[in-house]
Design a protein around this ligand. Structure first.
Ligand SMILES: [Zn+2]
Length: 528
């Protein structure tokens, strides 16, 4: 990835991996023992797992010192693994969900480390830890909402699925299936979405549609209480703040559902969160955290840990998981289905399909995505379908091949182009989308957000009193009214004429982590 998405990913990566002071080996030791010293030392194993998973993503994008770093982390933490297989105090309190959740992160991280270097110590440690989860199943199996499996326990699912895939442990798959059959509408959005990420892995492995059905039900619930910006509360169904980790996993779960079903509405959903709420949640440090959550005004100051030392960033958890998700997004930009290359997302990136001998260079103005160009290089002439997603926010699309406008076949919201591709072929794809209203929370609500293509626009408290009764003008037909300069007509306070709405996501360049902006995203609609 390059361009703006690549810059965000690199910022998030450096925020973790160049801060050896913040994430020293001593802090990994305290995470392993569950004693003070790491940011979230009282969630034992959590920093170990997230740290190894961040390194796994960084390895894939060519972070050279990853192997040495992984080895020194494992050298420190593995000798501290307890007799029960878990990290933390020697006699763990079985009722402590922080304990179980931190260790679930460790399980996944150890398997990521094993996948990277095939260090047998990492696999052996993951096996011992997974046995700890097997022993805890009976306690947690019905301690989630409405008697479902507890989500802080249930998010060990993705690690169990990895253990089966990498270690061939059929008992781990059996445990994963027992957990998956009990997943429900649990309250903590990050743990739950992590669990459903594991559920999609389980669905891919087994083909059992019950796992997909449960995942779709959870995503439905999130959408029904979420904001127009693609955000959701840290605790479902209602809470005063968001969490970067939950946003990160929401993006990835939606991408995984697309990959399993081919249904583009899940790409639309992932993209909306990616370019709006998740991007707003990223700070200029590169890290992620917590910002106030509500339907109308989002983004303000709420929880700040460690005496406010890091402002609203949560470098103990969200900054790790934001990096992890940004890196994982790259796997879904273009995907392959038989001899079809599906173009799903439009950031600047280089994509290789080694088995096809094909490489696609994408350049775009992501995240606004008016124009994207594709440079194809291919080492043998072959017939391939290119299938371009037309996003739901676009009301028109045009395609030019080597400078000549063409009309690809349309199938639903895809444009499909079959051709014997040659190196040097150039494609230009343009999407049109005027400034528009998105009524929210319902399609006939009197309140609405203003979108510019995929981007939600916001009124910042840097520019105006966001608590005033702001409205936007609409035409008699219910469309967004524009003033002579092409801007929305804002009403609410004297002098509103000079105030501009800006993309919500631009707030990441605001340098005050301690007092993040409050951002109005819903407006009353008034016939202008
Ligand atoms: Zn978090």
């Amino acid at each position: 990835m390059d361009g703006e998405l690549g810059a965000r990913y690199q910022a998030a990566t450096c925020n973790i991996l160049t801060r050896q002071d913040r994430y020293s080996l001593k802090t990994f030791r305290s995470s392993a023992l569950g004693v003070p010293g790491a940011l979230w030392w009282d969630w034992p194993g959590d920093q170990i797992g997230r740290g190894l998973s961040v390194l796994h993503v960084a390895s894939a994008s060519g972070w050279a010192p990853d192997e040495a770093r992984r080895k020194e982390i494992l050298d420190v933490v593995l000798p501290l693994q307890g007799a029960t297989g878990s990290f933390g105090p020697p006699k763990p309190d079985p009722t402590n969900v922080q304990f179980i959740s931190g260790n679930a992160m460790a399980l996944r991280g150890l398997l990521d480390a094993y996948e990277d270097d095939r260090d047998p110590r990492a696999l052996a440690a993951a096996r011992r830890l997974a046995r700890y989860f097997e022993a805890a199943f009976d306690y947690y199996k019905d301690r989630g909402a409405q008697g479902s499996v507890n989500e802080y326990y249930g998010h060990c699912l993705d690690g169990l699925v990895c253990l089966h895939q990498l270690g061939g442990d059929t008992w781990a798959l059996d445990l994963a299936e027992r957990i998956g059959a009990r997943a429900g509408r649990t309250h903590h959005s990050h743990s739950s979405l992590s669990m459903y990420r594991g559920m999609m892995g389980l669905h891919n492995l087994t083909g059992n549609d019950d796992y997909l059905r449960r995942t779709l039900d959870y995503l439905d619930w999130v959408r029904s209480v979420g904001s127009v910006t693609g955000g959701m509360p840290e605790v479902m169904p209602e809470y005063r703040e968001d969490e970067g980790c939950a946003l990160a996993d929401y993006v990835i779960v939606n991408l995984k559902v697309f990959a399993a079903t081919g249904r583009d509405e899940f790409l639309d959903e992932a993209e909306n969160t990616l370019v709006n709420h998740f991007s707003m949640n990223q700070f200029h440090t590169g890290g992620f955290g917590h910002r106030a959550f509500a339907q109308q005004v989002i983004g303000g100051k709420d929880w700040q840990g460690w005496g406010g030392k890091f402002g609203s960033e949560n470098p103990g958890c969200c900054s790790f998981w934001g990096q992890w998700a940004l890196g994982n997004v790259s796997s879904y930009i273009a995907t392959r289905l038989a001899d079809t290359i599906e173009i799903n997302l439009y950031p600047t990136a280089e994509i290789e399909f080694p088995e096809l001998g094909a490489r696609i260079g994408i350049r775009s103005d992501f995240p606004r995505m008016r124009h994207t160009s594709f440079a194809v290089s291919i080492n043998r002439d072959q017939q391939l379908d290119f299938s371009f997603r037309v996003p739901r926010w676009a009301d028109g699309a045009t395609v030019a091949l080597n400078g000549v406008d063409i009309s690809p076949r349309r199938v639903d919201r895809r444009m499909i182009l079959r051709r014997e591709w040659r190196s040097g072929d150039q494609l230009e794809v343009s999407f049109s989308s005027p400034l528009r209203l998105v009524r929210w929370p319902k399609a006939d609500s009197p309140t609405a957000a203003v979108f510019d293509g995929p981007l939600c626009l916001a009124l910042s408290n840097a520019d105006a009193n966001v608590d005033a009764a702001w409205g936007v003008g609409v035409t008699a037909e219910g469309k967004l009214a524009l003033d002579p300069s092409g801007q929305p007509v804002l009403t609410g306070e004297k002098g509103a004429a000079g105030i501009r709405l800006r993309p919500l996501r631009d707030d990441w360049s605001s340098p005050d982590v301690s007092n993040p902006h409050r951002l109005r995203v819903l407006f009353n609609t008034r016939v202008a």
